[in-house]
Design a protein around this ligand. Structure first.
Ligand SMILES: [Ca+2]
Ligand SMILES: [Zn+2]
Length: 460
């Protein structure tokens, strides 16, 4: 790790550094760099910063089609290697850089602007001037072209960056931090990056920019480390029959937990669930991806198309509690395959059973000690056999114990064949599902010593 320069020394190792007001430009170079972009003073690239949410456009200059789109500068991802054109944005070969406009949507208090680049040769260093504006001044122009002076068009210069080392070799991984000792470089809505090439001796002097982060002084709690390479953990069940990929790229912090806690559960329970829900001609899904995802709102996990989606925020909060069990529930959905071949006359299983079966297998077979699907005084009022999820799970468990130990297996079989109807309950248990539901509820009332209110006609 070589740190080449820092702060606003005017001339350091023959490099020119500019410093405006108190704003400081800190630059570091790693040669060779690594996928972690781990600098000493410059923070590692991030996701969830204001740069990622901003509208970024090219005002002048062309994108080089050999590289990635401009979104590479704000996708919260960085390359895994020194020469990875697709993961970077750079201006067209032969041109002298260009102008990038970042619209943050509203004026924010910016504490840092950080930029990252990586290339084995002259396209590694960064040369640009950064301007800011609130967009309010009468002379403000947002659609600048090269050759126009931002300073006479309503812009203020924030910093000038030039990380070119004076050595022969220019390659490496560069991180730049633009900051201010006060913690605030300014209040801006618009940022303008006037990007220059690093050399003109050949056509390939445009920097491979990997990411630009803009840190809102008041919004840093959303910020996560940028994703580098995909974090995949591939494993098979013992017999090599089923294959799994755990993808924690979007949540590197969950990688260890997933490998140590979740993978063993999947390895043990997927084949078990397949055995618990057999069927004639049934071919279980043999490749399952477990993907940690953002943007799932209030849904903890979901399943579909051989993939289980895990809500990163929810998992982080429930690792010690319900996280693993929720994956068991989703694995049941992968095994169910109830809608795979809906030929004519196919009757879909009612939703309360589609969800009740996974919760039954989860709460009564996988983790019975958790007592997560009990009927209590608290939920007794809602205890209807078709109330879905845990409540239906409790009902299924009761009916399994009392009437038929193969109840769930049998329900699953008719569901896959598309032949479910209420007669099925009579065939299996000798009673209608309504009768069973009442009996289950009555037994629970007795156990909980709850007086079931009889509503007499005429008396509310
Ligand atoms: Ca990026
Ligand atoms: Zn479900």
């Amino acid at each position: 790790m070589k740190k080449i320069a820092s702060c606003c020394a005017l001339v350091l190792f023959g490099l020119t550094w500019s410093c405006l007001g108190d704003v400081q430009v800190t630059s570091e170079r790693l040669d060779p760099g690594s996928a972690t972009f781990k600098f000493k003073d410059v923070p590692a690239p991030s996701r969830g910063d204001s740069g990622g949410k901003a509208r970024l456009t090219i005002l002048d200059g062309q994108r080089d089609p050999n590289g990635g789109g401009i979104e590479k500068l704000q996708d919260g991802r960085v390359p895994t290697q020194a020469d990875e054109p697709d993961s970077n944005f750079f201006f067209q070969a032969g041109q002298d850089g260009g102008l990038l406009l970042m619209d943050l949507g509203k004026e924010i208090e910016i504490s840092q602007v950080n930029s990252y680049s990586w290339h084995p040769a002259a396209r590694g260093p960064q040369v640009y001037r950064l301007f800011g504006s609130d967009g309010q001044s009468s002379g403000f122009k947002s659609d600048l072209k090269k050759g126009m002076d931002p300073l006479t068009n309503g812009w203020k210069e924030i910093a000038a960056v030039d990380t070119r080392p004076k050595t022969d070799s220019q390659g490496g991984q560069y991180g730049v931090k633009i900051s201010d000792p006060s913690g605030l470089i300014g209040k801006y809505r618009y940022l303008l990056f006037a990007v220059s090439r690093t050399e003109s001796s050949d056509g390939f002097g445009n920097t491979f920019y990997s990411e630009i982060d803009v840190i809102d002084k008041n919004g840093s709690s959303d910020i996560q480390p940028a994703a580098t390479e995909k974090i995949l953990n591939k494993f098979d069940t013992a017999a090599g029959k089923y294959h799994f990929i755990l993808d924690s790229t979007a949540a590197p912090d969950l990688t260890t937990w997933a490998a140590e806690e979740l993978a063993p559960v999947i390895r043990e329970w997927y084949p078990r669930l397949v055995e618990m829900l057999p069927g004639e001609g049934f071919v279980p899904t043999s490749e399952v991806t477990i993907l940690f995802r953002e943007g799932m709102g209030g849904t903890p996990a979901s399943a579909g198309g051989g993939r289980i989606n895990c809500n990163i925020d929810w998992f982080r909060k429930n690792l010690k509690g319900e996280a693993k069990g929720s994956v068991v529930h989703e694995m049941v959905h992968i095994v169910q395959q109830y809608s795979r071949r809906p030929q004519a006359g196919f009757v879909r299983l009612p939703g309360w059973l589609v969800e009740g079966i996974p919760d039954y297998l989860r709460w009564f077979r996988y983790e019975p000690a958790m007592h997560g699907a009990e009927i209590t005084k608290r939920n007794f009022e809602r205890a209807k056999y078709d109330a879905s999820y845990r409540i239906t799970a409790n009902f299924l468990n009761w009916a399994t114990d009392k009437y038929d130990h193969d109840l769930v297996r049998k329900l699953n079989e008719v569901a896959r064949q598309g032949k479910y109807n209420e007669e099925v309950w009579k065939n299996i248990t000798g009673k209608s599902v309504e009768e069973l539901g009442q009996e289950w509820k009555d037994e629970n009332a007795k156990r909980l010593e709850i007086q079931v209110k009889e509503t007499l006609p005429g008396k509310p």
